[in-house]
Design a protein around this ligand. Structure first.
Ligand code: AMP
Length: 252
């Protein structure tokens, strides 16, 4: 009898020990091995430039929903046709269209990416919530981090008045007129195509884009804070690209 109790006690101890080290848990959670960095920042704050520096200096991948949408508009597919009018007015394209585009892009590209920088997505609290849920359900190996690019509206309006973009849709490189190597030739320094002003960089549309941004930023930050997503800030007011990137490097 005493021996039986002894055996039973040993069996209980073994079961408790195995359970506490997770031996009976149904499914191992994958460890996060990839990072998605998303930049928050008003249009013209320089998110795209920091993203470009990340690609150049760290070999990160980058994705801009604005670029994907402009490509869809240029292709003239169903999604592009629906997005076109919203973009021309400087309003946000509906969440479900952007979500479809993002999910399709991530599914195709994430298997070969370790660190991805998102430029211009998520842009609303609803997009941030949908995105966090998408990562949890389909990309559990990804850790999300947010970097806020802080700058005043006046500095933005001045910057956008000087912004030029490459007219070649697969390139879409961005320049400041003042920083062109040869300001007499408005051509892309990467592919040689003509540089143009973006249709939505005129002052009326820029003011609307800034308003849309301001209306959405606080609720979106709340979503990140409530979901315990790491949140950092870089102040870019009056700084050169090199100075901004040096600050950003300290964070990553
Ligand atoms: P961007 O190139 O990031 O300045 O975006 C240009 C335009 O594309 C915006 O003014 C919106 O009309 C649209 N857009 C880009 N990203 C998003 C997004 N995440 N959600 C909704 N609309 C977007």
């Amino acid at each position: 009898m005493v021996k039986m109790f002894g055996l039973l006690a040993v069996a209980i101890i073994v079961v408790v020990a195995l359970a506490s080290c997770g031996a009976f848990s149904k499914k191992e959670q994958p460890q996060p091995t990839k990072t998605i960095l998303t930049f928050l920042g008003a249009p013209g704050s320089g998110k795209g430039t920091v993203a470009e520096q990340c690609v150049k200096n760290f070999g990160y991948a980058t994705m801009s929903t604005g670029n994907l949408l402009r490509e869809a508009v240029a292709r003239g597919d169903e999604l592009g046709k629906k997005a076109d009018a919203f973009m021309k007015a400087g309003s946000l394209v509906p969440d479900e269209l952007v979500m479809a585009l993002v999910e399709e892009w991530l599914t195709r590209n994430m298997p070969t990416i370790t660190t991805l920088v998102l430029d211009g997505y998520p842009r609303t609290a609803a997009q941030a919530t949908l995105f966090i849920d998408l990562l949890k359900s389909k990309f559990p190996e990804v850790t999300l981090r947010v970097v806020n690019i802080a700058i005043s509206d006046d500095a933005i309006v001045a910057r956008l008045a000087d912004r030029l973009v490459c007219s070649n849709k697969p390139c879409q490189s961005v320049y400041s007129r003042k920083l062109l190597k040869d300001p007499t030739k408005l051509v892309c320094e990467k592919c040689g195509s003509p540089l143009i002003r973006r249709e939505d960089d005129n002052e009326t549309v820029v003011r609307n884009r800034l308003k849309v941004y301001a209306d959405n930023i606080d609720p979106m930050i709340k979503v990140y804070k409530d979901s315990a997503v790491r949140f950092d800030e870089v102040n870019v007011e009056g700084k050169t690209v090199e100075e901004v990137f040096a600050e950003f490097k300290k964070l990553v």
